[in-house]
Design a protein around this ligand. Structure first.
Ligand code: ATP
Ligand code: MG
Length: 390
């Protein structure tokens, strides 16, 4: 079950096929990377128009917990990965009983729950924001001033800043918990942020580990807007700390696969872990054009049991996220011809047919020889697209 799955080989009389739970853009880019290497692919996602389903050899259109759907995926695939955080962990347990699944259900389950995730970070000895878990009235009453003002975050199912309320005092906290329907939450102290950064690491079946350079992230309205990765983006000291912390977190989970860890850089320079994603991440998309292997290539390699070699960044890079806001009122596309006239621009669209505000439609990677050059082009691209400069 955990043998190497060689690209282009036959497994049980079928072309070697890699599967993915979830058909979003991350699944689509995984499918592209797997197919480039010669694998067949299968996607499980109920949406007939899912970005990954549209480009995969096989698309199983059932719910994530549907027994027949899961059986079909196992029948097709030699190994299976996930592309979104909220794939029900029980589905991965079912798959894991018969096929190699990476990351494993227990690691995904921890990442799905902010309280468990924070406890794991603490166990690994990496610094986190002061926080308390709020699941009961008694825990709400017991909150002390040292975690206020803070951000109340639902323990489960939050993304892109959803399920979060900023609170100044205990009265606002009580009201916010009501607003969040009193589901289990984590209250985090509001920290003075100088910057945000993240790092993508990968860990193989035998514990081999590699990492990409650390990226600096700019969020707008709780959604990633810009990622910068060049010599001037993150200091060497912080980068080293971030990589060490991410490896410790992966190690502690006996993790196999690609993992993203997001950090806050505080005004005094301290690095604090925010959260992790048990999969490739939006902030790692620059690797597709600025590195000699992408985060999706490493997802394929970790899943198939292939060797891991340390990736090398060959160009300064900036990624601009393309949200639906950039499309016209009748869904008209932005002026790609004008953007692509700029040197070193790489457009990635996810094949989503309708543009909505805040919807991730694609991204542009900009590569250049120097930080100044890449910033120059990125600012021109922002001007063409009508994106706020950074
Ligand atoms: P995503 O999954 O898209 O990364 P999310 O919904 O999980 O987002 P978080 O990463 O927890 O949300 O928070 C979103 C943003 O809110 C952070 O990137 C940061 O800018 C801000 N933020 C979150 N927690 C804190 C904090 N404790 N102090 C200051 N700012 C914070
Ligand atoms: Mg986040």
């Amino acid at each position: 079950m955990s043998g190497v799955i060689l690209p282009g080989s036959m497994v049980n009389g079928q072309p070697a096929t890699l599967g993915v739970m979830g058909g979003g853009q991350l699944g689509r880019m995984f499918v592209h990377a797997a197919q480039a290497m010669g694998y067949f692919t299968a996607v499980l996602d109920p949406d007939p128009a899912s970005p990954a389903g549209l480009v995969s050899h096989h698309h199983i259109q059932t719910d994530y917990l549907d027994e027949q759907g899961l059986a079909q995926l196992m029948q097709r695939c030699a190994a299976i990965t996930t592309e979104f955080e909220n794939v029900p962990a029980p589905a991965l347990v079912t798959l894991g009983a018969h096929r190699f699944v990476a990351p494993a259900a227990d690691a995904v389950a921890i990442a799905q729950d902010r309280a468990a995730e924070k406890a794991h970070f603490v166990k690994c000895g990496v610094p986190v924001a002061p926080h308390v878990v709020i699941e009961t009235e008694a825990q709400l009453t017991a909150v002390t001033e040292d975690v206020l003002p803070g951000i109340l975050k639902t323990a489960r199912l939050g993304y892109d800043g959803k399920g979060q309320v900023r609170v100044k005092n205990r009265a606002e906290l009580a009201q916010a918990w009501d607003e969040l329907k009193r589901v289990p939450c984590v209250l985090e102290k509001m920290l003075p942020l100088k910057d945000e950064c993240s790092v993508i690491v990968a860990r193989g079946r035998e514990g081999q580990r590699v990492h990409f350079p650390v990226q600096r992230n700019l969020h707008r309205d709780g959604i990633l807007a810009v990622t910068e990765v060049h010599d001037e983006a993150v200091s060497a000291v912080l980068a080293q700390q971030a990589v060490a912390a991410a490896h410790a977190i992966a190690e502690g989970l006996h993790y196999v696969g690609v993992l993203c860890v997001e950090f806050f850089v505080l005004e005094d320079g301290e690095l604090v872990v925010n959260e992790m994603a048990p999969r490739p991440h939006n902030s790692g998309h620059y690797t597709m054009d600025a590195c000699d292997q992408s985060q999706f290539d490493l997802q394929v390699r970790t899943l198939a049991g292939l060797p891991l070699t340390q990736p090398r960044q060959h160009s300064a890079a900036i990624m601009l996220n393309l949200l639906g806001d950039l499309w016209g009122p009748q869904g008209q596309s932005p002026a790609w011809d004008r953007v692509l006239a700029l040197p070193g621009t790489h457009l990635h669209l996810y094949g989503k047919l309708s543009a909505r505000k805040g919807r991730k439609m694609g991204h542009i990677n900009i590569t250049a020889a120097t930080p100044e050059a890449v910033r120059g082009v990125a600012l021109q691209a922002c001007a063409v697209l009508g994106m706020e400069p950074f």
